[in-house]
Design a protein around this ligand. Structure first.
Ligand code: CO
Length: 156
């Protein structure tokens, strides 16, 4: 089920999300709805607070070999390098910004059953991991962007 995506200015997006403690049907339905909502909006990632749920849950699909990634209680445990590039957010429709992120990050998380695992991502996946995990602490890319990028390709 596609859920409504909250937009920049909604105070829920600025709150800190709580860890998920139960790995039950409720979580699985949330993960399903978050994936439906992300794909419907043609996004590459979505965090639970963006659909109004203040829990540490993220879905990502950067259309690489990983397919759909589900992360519960994710934490970045290492980061290296730097990449600068264009970034957008489903909660900031129609806008993009130029944001510097690590080029490679390793995340520790739990899966939908609570099993712990680690995931390393580079490039776009590293960017998505940083962006989505920021949402869990109420941080939006606009807070970190160097400047806005406009549709005509001009950077201002
Ligand atoms: Co976002």
């Amino acid at each position: 089920m596609v859920r409504k995506i909250l937009e920049l200015g909604d105070e829920t997006l600025r709150k800190t999300s709580k860890p998920m403690q139960k790995f039950d049907l409720r979580l699985w339905l949330l993960l399903r709805d978050m994936a439906d909502t992300m794909y419907n909006a043609e996004g590459v990632g979505l965090a639970a607070p963006q659909v109004g749920i203040l829990r540490r849950v993220v879905v990502i699909d950067v259309q690489d070999e990983h397919g759909l990634i589900e992360l519960v209680n994710p934490e970045i445990i290492s980061a290296e390098g730097e990449q600068a590039g264009s970034e957008g957010c489903l909660s900031v429709p129609g806008r993009r910004g130029y944001v510097v992120r690590p080029n490679k990050v390793t995340v520790r998380a739990q899966d939908r059953k609570g099993k712990r695992f680690e995931l390393t991502g580079e490039g776009l996946l590293a960017r998505a991991l940083c962006h989505e995990i920021d949402h869990l602490d109420g941080i939006m890319y606009v807070d970190k962007m160097d400047h806005e990028i406009f549709d005509d390709g001009e950077e201002n």
